[in-house]
Design a protein around this ligand. Structure first.
Ligand SMILES: Cc1ncc(COP(=O)(O)O)c(C=O)c1O
Length: 364
């Protein structure tokens, strides 16, 4: 017997044009395609997480306010707890923002503006929430184009603007004077500085990471977003937005009450409170290895872009994808025509960098 048809015709029409986000089921041995940390958590860290998880009251709902994690994160960021809204990854934080700002403006769908090419979820999430996404092309050097940005702001009066800085997948941070001018010129827009790769924004491993969070004290229309995904805890799904408490107070109304599992909360809290040094050490190792990776890509004539993130964009055509995979190496290639001929290479361990170079040499 065939099953009855669900009411597919009532779905949002835009879904017909989108593809679900998929990842390969069996990762290859050298996985450099998802900007994760290459370093597994140390045994001591795992043990303290396991101990904390073992004593959770699993039959109860988690703490909806994530009190312990909020305290640990606030200390980690030198922030106030009531400046933070926590989500299951920054992906969920983006969705919360979109839900909260969803009001038609002057008779048309609200607009989400972002320079691009950039992180794909700005566009996808905007579409699935009924917004019009407006992507403003970066210049040939992947830098902000100030004139094009101003024109887009004037034409579209966006509710939200997202800036990934350092940008994914290009690796460069945006010019701060240009950003500041946009923030000051368009006070009715919430400007979200996405620092998913902020921890790697430093020249040398021992430097402090660069952040634009001091802007929060000067501009009510700025929010800073980040995540634990790139610094060793992608499996937990934990991201946050830091913004004015009055805005956070409103955004909290659009958040699902129990969006963070008790296991994710306690694991992140334990790592932040007891093992911050190990997290910092892994970030430093990535920043050091980024130099080795960039130098090796340059030696091979692959024109690596300067990067302040945990990946490097290099000239590798899509025809290299399958031969590299056959050697056990996964890189990120793109369907966006502007990224045709480029691949994003996540910084791996020194052994993974060597395996990558061997695979490039064997397949080039
Ligand atoms: C710029 C940027 N922002 C946000 C995210 C999402 O991070 P999360 O894992 O916290 O959802 C990513 C992930 O690739 C990203 O590149």
């Amino acid at each position: 017997m065939s099953r009855p048809t669900p009411p597919l015709s009532r779905l949002r029409p835009i879904l017909a044009e989108l593809k679900a986000y998929t990842v390969p089921a069996a990762p290859p041995p050298v996985k450099l395609d998802a900007n994760e940390s290459p370093w597994p958590l140390a045994e001591t860290v795992r043990r303290s997480i396991a101990d904390a998880v073992a004593s959770l009251p699993f039959h109860r709902y988690p703490d909806g306010r994530a009190t312990g994690l909020r305290r640990a994160l606030a200390r980690h960021l030198d922030a106030d707890g009531d400046e933070l809204i926590l989500g299951a990854g920054s992906d969920e934080v983006i969705a919360i923002l979109l839900q909260a700002f969803m009001t038609p403006h002057e008779g048309r769908a609200p607009v989400v503006l972002f320079p691009g090419p950039s992180f794909v979820m700005y566009r996808i999430s905007a579409l699935t929430h009924g917004y019009e996404p407006v992507e403003v092309p970066l210049d040939a050097d992947f830098a902000l184009d100030p004139a094009a940005m101003h024109a887009a702001f004037r034409d579209h009066a966006p509710a939200l603007a997202f800036y990934a800085t350092p940008n994914n997948p290009t690796g460069n941070p945006y010019d701060e004077a240009v950003l500041r001018d946009l923030v000051a010129s368009y006070p009715d827009t919430l400007h979200i500085i996405d620092e998913a790769y902020g921890p790697f924004a430093r020249q040398r491993p021992e430097d402090r990471a660069h952040t634009l969070s001091p802007w929060l004290a000067e501009h009510g229309n700025v929010a800073v977003m980040s995540t634990l995904s790139k610094i060793g805890l992608a499996a937990l799904r934990l991201g946050w937005l830091r913004a004015h408490p009055a805005l956070v107070h409103e955004l909290e109304k659009a958040r699902q009450p129990f969006n963070l599992s008790a296991t994710a909360q306690i694991a992140a809290q334990v790592v932040l409170e007891q093992h911050g040094d190990a997290v910092e050490e892994a970030i430093r190792a990535v920043v050091a290895e980024r130099e080795v990776l960039s130098a090796g890509l340059a030696e091979r004539g692959l024109d690596p872009r300067p990067s302040q993130a945990n990946f490097v964009l290099a000239r590798l055509p899509a025809s290299r994808k399958e031969p590299l995979l056959a050697q056990g190496v996964a890189l990120r290639f793109f369907s966006d025509p502007r990224l045709d001929g480029w691949a994003r290479v996540t910084v791996g361990t020194p052994a993974e960098t060597r395996a990558l170079f061997a695979a490039l040499d064997a397949t080039g």
